[in-house]
Design a protein around this ligand. Structure first.
Ligand SMILES: Nc1ncnc2c1ncn2[C@@H]1O[C@H](COP(=O)(O)OP(=O)(O)O)[C@@H](O)[C@H]1O
Ligand SMILES: [Mg+2]
Length: 364
């Protein structure tokens, strides 16, 4: 149905294979303990993988100084180094980025069978595999990135691919967004409620709390999947609650009565929502302690870090610096507690998104 709306990407041949030789030659000479394993090119970055044959040297490759050296050798700005299971992974920004379009993911999400999951498509990893995120497995998710880094784009991917994959009986949506971008999904049957003003967001979170309590009363401590199997006549949809740009509403510097109540609701939802089939996805510009409540953060293990302002923001999201060096435009790290993996978030243009929404409204 949505096939003809979205653009598809064509990932052209890398023009910077030269850089690959340059870096391998340099490291062969200056870091002979690193043995080259693999090189791949993605939309925004090249990825070099080396085996670290002297474990005691690994730490030295993770230094700021090493990043400067790599940037100098490759004439880039923003090389990152990670260590994972005895390997050194170097991410080097490409000199010319390409765009990954959502059309690719729209096609792919249809090919994976449904197994009680709530799976959306976000983008691709550095070896060209699709990144699908199963909210049933991850439970909740935090997205962070400075203004313009691609948070809302990522949220549209999540909403659109879920809408494509699940009907109203499987997954319904509550969408809050002070910037009003998400109100455009209003009147799609699966979208129960959208809100942009603070008072409306309060009503929305209140409605979610009530729904959660009523489900808990009815289902006792049963999981949603088990309940649905046992009560085919009274099945319940998963609820995906997405809140974009939370900072202006529940950031630390806002402490009026309404904000505090909304904050409390969100904490309750991330703590207790799971059993009721409620998944919370929050997007923030600044995840630091001074802004985003630590108790909310600590309940959310799955994280997408887009380009962030500072190494401190990065450490809060990923347990390591590096997200401050991302190149923007959907260049990101994903983690659910493990070593963060570099991903490219897909992109859809407004006319594509709006055409998809019209089609979804008309089709039901
Ligand atoms: N995944 C992406 N691929 C390519 N360009 C992107 C991507 N994400 C964002 N952009 C570019 O950045 C702009 C801002 O993105 P947006 O998602 O609105 O950022 P945010 O919500 O973080 O402020 C987009 O209009 C687009 O030009
Ligand atoms: Mg935005």
């Amino acid at each position: 149905m949505l096939d003809n709306i979205f653009k598809k990407s064509k990932n052209s041949q890398d023009q910077d294979l030269k850089d690959k030789d340059t870096l391998i030659q340099y490291l062969t000479k200056h870091a002979p303990d690193l043995k080259f394993i693999d090189f791949t090119t993605s939309y925004a970055v090249r990825t070099f993988i080396f085996k670290a044959t002297v474990p005691s040297l690994i730490k030295s490759y993770l230094s700021q100084n090493m990043r400067y050296i790599l940037d100098a050798v490759l004439e880039t700005n923003g090389c990152n180094v990670n260590a994972d299971a005895g390997k050194i992974i170097i991410y080097a920004p490409r000199k010319e980025k390409e765009t990954l379009y959502l059309g690719d993911g729209i096609e792919k999400i249809k090919t994976i069978p449904k197994t009680g999951d709530i799976t959306c498509y976000v983008g691709e990893n550095t070896v060209g595999e699709s990144v699908f995120i199963d909210m049933e497995k991850e439970n909740h998710m935090l997205i962070a990135g400075q203004s313009g880094s691609g948070k809302s784009t990522c949220i549209h991917n999540i909403i659109l691919t879920l809408l494509l994959r699940y009907d109203k009986n499987e997954c319904i949506f509550y969408l809050a967004d002070p910037k009003s971008d998400l109100t455009r999904y209003d009147s799609i049957p699966s979208v129960i409620r959208t809100a942009d003003k603070k008072s409306e967001i309060l009503n929305l979170t209140e409605a979610l709390i009530n729904e959660m309590k009523s489900r808990q009363d009815e289902m006792k401590s049963m999981k949603l999947i088990d309940w649905n199997k046992k009560h085919p006549d009274k099945t319940k949809s998963h609820i995906v609650f997405i809140f974009d740009e939370i900072d202006n509403i529940i950031g630390k510097n806002v402490s009026d009565e309404v904000s505090n109540v909304i904050k409390g609701h969100i904490l309750t939802l991330v703590k207790q929502g799971r059993s009721a089939g409620i998944h919370v996805i929050l997007a923030s510009q600044r995840p630091v302690k001074a802004n985003l409540d630590t108790s909310i953060k600590s309940e959310i293990k799955a994280r997408i870090a887009l380009k962030l302002d500072t190494p401190t923001d990065s450490r809060i999201m990923l347990n390591q610096s590096g997200a401050e060096k991302l190149t923007g435009d959907g260049d990101a790290y994903f983690t659910n507690g493990d070593v963060p993996k570099r991903i490219q978030v897909a992109y859809a243009e407004w006319d594509e998104i709006d055409a998809a929404i019209s089609s979804l409204k008309a089709s039901r």
